[in-house]
Design a binder for this molecule. Structure first.
Ligand SMILES: CC1=C(CCC(=O)O)c2cc3nc(cc4[nH]c(cc5[nH]c(cc1n2)c(C)c5CCC(=O)O)c(CCC(=O)O)c4C)C(CCC(=O)O)=C3C
Ligand SMILES: [Fe+2]
Length: 377
């Protein structure tokens, strides 16, 4: 495999949310996240407590360091020679700082980003492109010219989908060992993702299937892959609602839904954090702490599936996605493998459209995707 190439890119960069690693960092981190987002102070105090309960340390950076190691190994194994960096939106190491450092040291100009979000929405896709736009402008002010491209949202890429399927199968096996036999009458699978405001959901489905439908499509695919004896009724539910109580967000909340299910005679749930690629604070607190406590109170058996983390299929899928995007940028027409037909792929190129997932205000993004990718699904 000598001609495995990420040309024309000079560097790959893993781009993530970021999180605090010590108690003094919690408040400034939360201020970074919520600046201009209209989050009430009470909510910030509450979320701050989640972090303080874990010693002021978010698990996300450690997870990303592990992912970087795994990606580097996979790049090496496949003889793809390119520097791999890491930069965050909300905390150190910051995207702009890391790109600046690398550009100054090496003269690199073209960056290909892999983000830690699989689905389409403002928070999980477009906001990253706005971040790239911000970095491009900040560095341009200092005479450093850089550009960004990004791999497609990968919820339906076989690498991520297969990794999720393995997580679901393992959790179902563990649950089965606890309960003896899976019973569709009393057991449920709850796929959980991050709630978003309904306005953000609406914006996400203008050019792609949208945040919610992308989850639903992946769930449908996963269930089609499960052997008959592992099939249970399932639902998509949400965690980590924020914002003002008067603003509608996607529902039901995982805890509320468990209460209803318990009242209907359900006595066990398998909880799958489908919306998170690794064990972020939402998984450690909202699921492993809060939802697990709700289950205990309701006397529901509770098994939480793993996140894809650094599983081989996820990691090699990310490298495939980078190679795919590089080939597209070189003007080639690589195969675009997907387990479902919706999502960004339906627009043809896998690229986000210029106007997809718009936020409340129009901010410049990078890259500015070609207009022909904006066909409505
Ligand atoms: C869709 C989505 C993902 C999944 C996609 C992805 O992974 O990117 C995600 C991930 C994450 N969200 C995270 C943390 C936070 N999110 C917040 C606030 C918000 N999230 C939102 C959406 C999402 N968020 C939204 C619409 C808000 C309201 C404010 C706004 O409109 O922007 C707040 C402020 C307090 C609060 O309001 O809860 C915090 C602290 C962390 C780090 C966790 C760690 O430390 O391990 C991660 C990975
Ligand atoms: Fe969030």
């Amino acid at each position: 495999m000598s001609n495995v190439s990420l040309e024309p890119f000079d560097a790959l960069i893993l781009v993530s949310f970021g999180g605090p690693e010590k108690p003094e960092d919690v408040l400034p981190f939360l201020q970074n996240v919520t600046r201009g987002r209209g989050i009430p102070d009470e909510r910030l105090v509450e979320v701050g407590e989640h972090y303080y309960n874990f010693g002021g340390r978010s698990p996300i950076n450690e997870q990303n360091r592990n992912l970087l190691d795994a990606l580097n190994q996979e790049l090496q194994r496949r003889d793809v020679r390119i520097p791999l960096l890491w930069g965050n939106r909300n905390w150190d190491p910051y995207l702009t700082d890391e790109v600046r450092k690398h550009a100054e040291q090496t003269g690199a100009t073209r960056f290909l980003a892999i983000t830690t979000s699989a689905y389409s929405s403002y928070s999980s896709c477009r906001q990253y492109r706005e971040d790239f736009g911000g970095t491009v402008r900040a560095l341009a002010d200092d005479g450093i010219e850089v550009s960004f491209d990004k791999v497609r949202q990968y919820y339906n890429h076989p690498g991520f989908a297969d990794a999720e399927l393995q997580c679901v199968r393992r959790a179902l096996s563990e649950f089965q060992q606890n309960v003896g036999e899976l019973d569709p009458g009393t057991h449920r699978v709850l796929y959980v993702t991050h709630s978003i405001p309904t306005t953000m959901q609406d914006a996400s489905q203008r050019y792609t299937a949208g945040y919610q439908a992308e989850h639903e499509q992946l769930i449908q695919w996963i269930e089609g892959q499960l052997p008959e004896e592992q099939r249970l009724p399932s639902e998509l539910v949400y965690c980590s609602r924020s914002g003002s109580p008067h603003t509608p967000w996607l529902e039901p909340d995982v805890n509320d839904r468990m209460r209803e299910l318990a009242a209907e005679g359900i006595d066990g749930v398998v909880v799958v954090p489908l919306g998170f690629v690794s064990d972020h604070m939402e998984v450690k607190y909202d699921l492993d702490t809060e939802a697990a406590a709700t289950a205990e109170e309701l006397q529901l058996r509770f098994v939480r599936a793993d996140t894809v983390g650094t599983s081989a299929s996820f990691v090699s899928g990310l490298v495939d996605l980078a190679l795919e995007r590089a080939a597209q940028v070189r003007g080639e027409s690589p195969e675009l493998p997907a387990v479902t037909s919706g999502g960004p792929l339906a627009a043809g190129s896998g690229a986000c459209s210029l106007n997809c997932c718009l936020g409340a205000t129009l901010k410049p993004t990078a890259p500015q995707w070609p207009a022909e990718a904006s066909a409505t699904v």
